[in-house]
Ligand binder design. Sequence first.
Ligand code: UDP
Length: 149
Amino acid sequence: NTVPAEPTTPAAERTLVLVKPDGVRRGLSGEVLRRIEAKGYTLAAVELKSATPELLAEHYAEHAGKPFYGPLVEFMLSGPILAVVAEGQGVIAGFRSLAGATNPTEAAPGTIRGDLARDWGLKVQQNLVHGSDSVESAEREIALWFPHL
Ligand code: UDP
């Protein structure tokens, strides 16, 4: 793999990726990491974690009160989560492209969700991964999941 070396500046863009409990349970953690690395991004931190209701209340604050919020929190508490900080120019939008559309039925083939996730008829979309959606969200979410970074 001859991807050009990333200039290592403190300002390098970073995003928070989560392999959600369905991904860890199905043994797809390595596949998600493989796709991030194959694209050319760098792994800055990788840690298997258990979420807490308090952490999820902050992580998903924008969704509080929505009909899928309760099932989403319950799902995110249902097993271990692989938390990842990925780094590289454009990684925030780039990982969201790799992940594909939120709804796994609509996610394009070639994307993580399009290739590996489906609708199971549940109240929550079990769509394998999370990726921060903006610089502000990425900074906030990395601080939440990796307080020591
Ligand atoms: N979600 C869901 N139903 C919806 C919208 C969202 O179950 O109608 C879940 C899904 O797991 C999604 C998460 O809530 O990944 C957060 O939603 P968001 O709109 O932030 O989607 P994402 O950024 O993860 O694509």
